[in-house]
Design a protein around this ligand. Structure first.
Ligand SMILES: [Zn+2]
Length: 249
């Protein structure tokens, strides 16, 4: 059996029908999960096929997108469809194709003023694809964008239901970006806030808080070593200079 199967979609923007691929459930085998919920798959990565791209008009969306408003449609039409050169993402996708599909969905989401939580999720997924590729610079770039959006979601308080998960994620993304003090602050909030009942998130925050402290200690140790090396080098130089002076005398 092939891992992919095709489904028919009616485009929410232009109304034309098109086909997009999905991964069969029996092929979705995960090998590990990162602390920021990134799943790693044994064979095919189903994330590659989350974004549906209409080959006729270029409108790219996921199942989490809300309906298009007239203003959203006008923005998609002017900024995407009028420049769109027919391209079909319906078959098998490479990682590069998947990244492009996600970036297209991101632009569409921004144009149609999609919910922040959805935009944050797209940015986070793009970071994961770069992680899979081993491109640390691009991964960090998109993690930082995702973090900014998650912060805005938190500040607007629109996500009461998943508040603990959101706070934990903000902590974890800060940790991955090496903002250790910020990371520790968010993890400690999840652990110490008496209103939070989500046991899984409290446990995860406790674990990642410990990891953060370890990493902070390692960084401080490294700084100390570097400082000692500088001191040592200065001493050697001073000794040499003193020696030269003596010889001149
Ligand atoms: Zn379309």
């Amino acid at each position: 059996m092939e891992p992919l199967f095709q489904v028919k979609i009616d485009c929410a923007h232009c109304g034309e029908a098109f086909r997009t691929s999905r991964v069969r459930p029996s092929f979705r085998k995960t090998v590990k999960t990162d602390a920021d919920f990134c799943l790693h798959y044994k064979d095919v990565n189903p994330d590659y096929y989350v974004v549906r791209v209409c080959p006729h008009c270029g409108y790219a969306s996921t199942e989490n997108f809300s309906d298009l408003t007239p203003a959203g449609q006008a923005a998609i039409q002017a900024n995407i469809s009028e420049q769109w050169q027919r391209r079909d993402f319906g078959g098998e996708r490479s990682r590069e194709d998947a990244i492009q599909a996600y970036k297209l969905a991101l632009v569409c989401a921004q144009l149609k003023k999609e919910k922040r939580r959805v935009i944050a999720g797209l940015l986070h997924h793009i970071a994961w694809l770069y992680r899979e590729q081993g491109d640390g610079d691009q991964e960090r770039r998109f993690l930082q964008h995702a973090l900014n959006e998650y912060m805005l979601v938190y500040e607007t308080g629109m996500d009461e239901l998943n508040q603990a998960r959101l706070m934990y994620l903000i902590g974890e993304l800060n940790r991955r970006l090496k903002h250790y003090h910020e990371a520790a602050r968010w993890f400690s909030r999840v652990v110490n806030d008496k209103r939070i009942m989500d046991a899984a998130m409290i446990r995860a925050s406790r674990e990642q808080w410990a990891v953060t402290r370890e990493e902070m200690r390692a960084v401080q140790g490294q700084l100390k070593e570097e400082a000692q090396e500088v001191q040592q080098a200065e001493k050697v130089q001073q000794a040499q200079e003193a020696h030269m002076q003596e010889r001149r005398l």
